[in-house]
Design a protein around this ligand. Sequence first.
Ligand SMILES: C[S@@+](CC[C@H](N)C(=O)[O-])C[C@H]1O[C@@H](n2cnc3c(N)ncnc32)[C@H](O)[C@@H]1O
Length: 231
Amino acid sequence: MSIKNEFSKHANEYNNHNIIQQIIAKSLIRELKNKPKKILELGCGSGQIFNHINWPIDFYKAIDFSAEMCELHPKHSNIEVKCFDFDTKEFLNEIKDDSYDLVLSSSSLQWSKNLDKIIKNLSFITKEINAVLFTSNTFKSIQNITNTKSPILCESEIKKAFSHYYTCEFETIMYKLEFENKKDLFNYIKNSGVSGGSKILDFKNAKKLYKEYKLNYLEFEVIFVKTVSKV
Ligand SMILES: C[S@@+](CC[C@H](N)C(=O)[O-])C[C@H]1O[C@@H](n2cnc3c(N)ncnc32)[C@H](O)[C@@H]1O
């Protein structure tokens, strides 16, 4: 396991609010050792992960609980896009008779209400999982000022759930996204939707935060998980 700090470029060089998601989605695919043919993806969104897959595949099942996202995902005869909540019985039922070369997930599983259960069920249908999750240390300094707790899973909960069923390699990275001014930084939190930013920014806390936040960057902590073998 290693912990890295990575300073990304100035956020305002990018014309969007999900630059960290884009960076980690790309890394996730770049890190793959081989080119699997049968893939399941959890929390597929509009297809950022799928769009990085540049080798021929036999079958791709993409899951997301947002119908709008499923609508946007690329479609093809060998792609099944299905609208399921990965925390539900219906989802587990959907995948129980499947088998995959690889399960992928990027920026999504940190929201799970029962990650252990998902990983347990994945262990019946795949030998390999490559995933990247945000951790509760995302927006850490903001949480400290506003005295709020992150709504997403912490690093140790994530490691525990995966390690229960697989021997894994973990890599935790803190990205620091710099801004030229406070206004841009606060706009980014509002629009990024990574980890409860909008909840943090109620009127009272927003005022306190604006006054007390002295950093010129936002913190995003992610953990890359690569399974090595089943336990
Ligand atoms: C930040 S987006 C990431 C999308 C895509 N994987 C990417 O890297 O661009 C998180 C996605 O996870 C989905 N998601 C969150 N919780 C979910 C759940 N419980 N079941 C299924 N999808 C979920 C959201 O709808 C959203 O599309």
